[in-house]
Ligand binder design. Structure first.
Ligand code: PLP
Length: 397
């Protein structure tokens, strides 16, 4: 018999990842093409890794600034100035252990037991889970899918606000749906937050993976930076993970009003006590010299999107409009069970997709496919997937 221990309910109720269920199911299958996780297939480029190696060789192995090296925070500010026109003082920036840690600190800053945080859904599950483990309640507002893609109904967002609401967690461009807020939508969300005195946690980590032509600002997705001042109640989540193929390095940043700097420093002190110096050196190299590599990543993602969506369009019955942003196809097989279908695709196509229900109950008949991969793999994957999807969609649902 397994022993039982009494632990905090927030911890006991933390959900298992629905993506891992599928990864476990397909583990060890020879030749399987894994398109289920949220990362590309390229390793971190050498000029970034070399900066870390040099730092280690130079003995940079000690405790460091809790909020990050000033030099890295300068590099972040300069980067934000280049691409968002909004650098500002380094007091606004704290280096974190990936975007995940930035979300966790943001959640702790604004919500606690009994509070509610509204999250458009389907959503990357770590966002709602981070709200749940601090005892607050994630409140899903379902997006809907039409022939133009996933859409947010702003009236439903407003209806979800209660006296307990403390914040809105807005991920744009979104994982998994690719939903990308227009400037008008961002203004409406900002106004809703102002009206009810709410915080916005703005997860804009995919901001520079934009594929549609109509909604961009300077070639990137619209950002709350475009329509809000520095002292607006907005906490920005960012990461090195996706732009520079650094998912395993665990480094990102949180941007917040400068008045919160000391409080955020304390929260870092009592969680991770800071990011290793050699990893921060790598991040500086990526921010200062990484544009060529980033352009290559975006180009690959755009090619991947075209390969995947051209193929999905040939499957009668699927609802699969190409996403505006990020690097996922999140499509609907109406009336089918996404998890069972994902397992069938492992068995019959040897391709791994994530079941849509892992991202929220409104996506149980969906699948997510990450297209940030080499075109050759994607062509092969789609050649194998399409016949199985056709068969599955032809069966009575
Ligand atoms: C929407 C979203 N936000 C934040 C993150 C955090 O990424 P990381 O912790 O690797 O920086 C991810 C990673 O998949 C994500 O998809």
């Amino acid at each position: 018999m397994t022993a039982t221990f009494s632990i905090r309910p927030e911890a006991a109720q933390a959900p298992e990842s629905g993506i891992v269920t599928l990864v476990d199911y397909g583990r060890g299958r020879e030749g399987l093409i894994p398109l289920w996780v949220g990362e590309g297939d390229l390793a971190t480029p050498a000029f970034i890794a070399d900066a870390a190696t040099r730092s280690l060789a130079a003995g940079e192995t000690f405790y460091t600034y809790q909020r990050g090296l000033p030099q890295l925070r300068e590099a972040i500010s300069a980067y934000m100035e280049r691409f968002y026109g909004r650098g500002g003082p380094i007091e606004r920036y704290t280096v974190t252990t990936g975007g995940m840690h930035a979300i966790q600190i943001a959640a702790r800053l604004v919500a606690g037991p009994g509070d509610e945080v509204i999250i458009p859904s389907p959503a990357w599950p770590n966002g709602p889970a981070a709200i749940g483990i601090i005892g607050a309640k994630p409140v899903a507002v379902d997006l809907h899918l039409d022939e133009n893609g996933w859409q947010l109904d702003l009236a439903r967002l407003a209806e979800a606000v209660t006296p307990r609401t403390r914040a809105l967690l807005i991920n744009t461009p979104a994982n998994p749906t690719g939903w990308t807020a227009s400037l008008d939508e961002l203004r409406a969300i900002r106004d809703l937050a102002r009206e009810h005195d709410l915080w916005i946690i703005a997860d804009e980590i995919y901001g520079r993976f934009l594929h549609g032509e109509t909604r961009g600002v300077n070639g990137r997705a619209p950002s709350f930076h475009d329509i809000a001042g520095d002292d607006e109640k907005i906490l920005y989540v960012q990461t090195m993970s996706k732009n520079w193929a650094m998912t395993g390095w665990r480094i990102g940043w949180l941007e917040a009003p400068a008045a919160l700097a000391q409080t955020i420093e304390n929260l870092v002190q009592y969680s991770t006590s800071g990011v290793p110096v050699f990893i921060q050196r790598a991040a500086i190299a990526a921010l200062d010299q990484g544009e060529g590599f980033f352009a290559h990543q975006v180009d690959r993602a755009r090619r991947g999107r075209a390969i995947v969506h051209d193929a999905l369009a040939t499957v009668p019955g699927l609802v699969a409009p190409p996403p505006v942003g990020a690097f996922y196809a999140y499509f609907r097989a109406p009336g089918r069970d996404g998890e069972a279908l994902a397992m069938r695709l492992v068995d019959e196509a040897n391709v791994g997709l994530a079941p849509g229900g892992a991202f929220g109950s409104s996506g149980t008949d969906c699948l997510r496919l990450c297209f940030a991969r080499r075109p050759e793999d994607l062509h092969t994957a789609m050649e194998r997937l399409v016949p199985v999807l056709r068969k599955a969609l032809a069966d009575p649902g």
